[in-house]
Design a binder for this molecule. Structure first.
Ligand code: EPZ
Length: 418
């Protein structure tokens, strides 16, 4: 399962390029199924979730090739609409293939994605919307089977601005007949990225980034070349690495507008943040300040994917902070592990109360999910002594060479695959 071994107590300094976005590239990889040509992707992060998605694309007929750092996907032939069960269980976000395989083949059969450690992760909103687009859906014995003779555009309203549901509706609608309008759509930057990518293939999508997205169906989509946007959560994680070690780092290749909520909370903790073009400089005071209330919200609110990393910083801030995790029902699996390291945190349902301590102590801890695991690595950077973060495989899903990046900034971090 792999582990990170961290010697804490070194403040970080230097500059680092931020990798391409995991949560942007996964729906874009699904979208490649919609074009009968080739896709050339630049700045694609080499992470496990991308590997999982590429395995699925290859299993349904795509030809995958890396040429230096360019990922080339030939989707001219798709020879099945059945997504292998084993892959869906490995990565629940493979549910994003529902819309694109359905859009291409008018059929899809996919295993019901399991929940994961942060919550049950239902897909009711995805299915409710697709049923309104002339699609019949059977869910039997753990499988979902969708079929239609013709996808017909419609007005759909989401009860909640679900990122995945918004993406699946967009992917289903681009090759449909008529116009689809999504009300109460998710507004995340990854939705805007999907719109730009689809339109570059010849789709007609507009409104992404607002709560109303319109998709006018077209007959076919063309080959495309595209550069993936930087990962705003990896950028935020590195900002927290500077904050928790009292360092000063320059992040290169960031989209500052994607980071507003994270920057605001970093400044509330006492950090100094300077922006120039696509770079961000973060300088950190002697002691971080607590945050009265940090509430996770859909974009542009504070991202749930940054909650664990901020909690690690707040565990050594001066004063008491409160976090309200409003998006996922069980996204505090990292709390018990932080407490093992000397953090003073109590949780009650979706609320966590963090009383800052002077320092954390190195310990053997266990990652349970991607972002909680990253938060434990951050805590290890601060802790006195050695911290071992086990089950590093969770972290490899979304961070490309985390130990290399942190070491470049002066941290003492090693990765061991045993
Ligand atoms: C995406 O997950 C991201 N994953 C998550 O990042 C992120 O935390 C989440 O959006 C919220 O920003 C990818 O993009 C691959 P949702 P997604 O549908 O699409 C409920 C990471 O660490 N819901 O917006 O699954 C759901 O249970 C990952 O990179 C329903 O009730 O998120 C949750 O409470 C973790 N019914 C809330 O909505 C549905 O049909 C938000 O889920 C769909 C969702």
């Amino acid at each position: 399962m792999g582990k990170y071994i961290i010697e804490g107590g070194y403040s970080l300094s230097g500059e680092i390029k931020v990798q391409g976005s995991k949560n942007a590239v996964l729906p874009l990889l699904a979208a490649t199924v919609l074009n009968k040509g080739k896709t050339y992707l630049h700045n694609c992060p080499k992470i496990h979730d991308v590997d999982s998605m590429l395995n699925i694309l290859a299993s349904i007929g795509c030809i995958i090739k890396w040429e230096d750092d360019v990922l080339i996907i030939d989707s001219s032939v798709i020879n099945t609409y059945i997504i292998p069960e084993k892959y869906v269980q490995m990565m629940r976000s493979s549910i994003i293939l529902l819309g694109s395989v359905l859009g291409r083949l008018k059929n899809v059969k996919i295993g019901f994605p399991g929940g994961c450690s942060i919550g049950t992760r239902p897909i009711d909103l995805h299915l409710k919307a697709l049923r309104q687009m002339n699609i019949s859906i059977e869910d039997k014995y753990g499988y979902i089977e969708c079929s239609t003779d013709k996808i017909i555009g419609n007005k759909v309203s989401l009860d909640y601005p679900s990122v995945g549901a918004t993406e699946n509706i967009m992917l289903t609608a681009v090759l449909s007949e008529g116009v689809t309008t999504i009300n109460n759509a998710a507004k995340e930057p990854e939705i805007v990225e999907l719109q730009e990518f689809l339109n570059k293939m010849g789709a007609k999508v507009k409104g992404a980034g607002t709560d109303t997205i319109t998709i006018e169906g077209v007959n076919e989509l063309d080959s495309v070349e595209y550069r993936i946007m930087p990962d705003r959560i990896v950028a935020g994680t590195y900002m927290c690495a500077a904050a928790i070690t009292g360092g000063e780092i320059l992040l290169k290749d960031v989209c500052k507008s994607h980071l507003n909520a994270t920057i605001t909370k970093s400044i509330e903790m006492g950090c100094i943040v300077k922006e120039f073009d696509n770079q961000l400089l973060i300088k950190v005071p002697e002691k971080l300040k607590s945050i009265d209330l940090l509430r996770t919200q859909p974009y542009p609110g504070f991202p749930t994917d940054m909650q664990a990393q901020l909690m690690s910083c707040l565990s050594i801030a001066h004063g008491t902070s409160i976090i309200a995790e409003t998006i996922f029902e069980s996204r505090y699996k990292h709390v018990a592990e932080l407490v093992k390291m000397g953090a003073d945190i109590i949780t009650d349902g979706r609320i966590a109360v963090i009383k800052g301590v002077d320092k954390l102590n190195g310990a053997e801890v266990f990652a349970e999910d991607l972002r909680g695991g990253a938060a434990l690595v951050l805590a290890g950077l601060n802790a006195e002594g050695t911290t071992i973060v086990n089950n590093a495989i969770h972290i490899l899903r979304g961070y490309e060479k985390l130990e290399n990046d942190l070491s470049l900034l002066g941290a003492k971090v090693k990765y061991s695959s045993d």
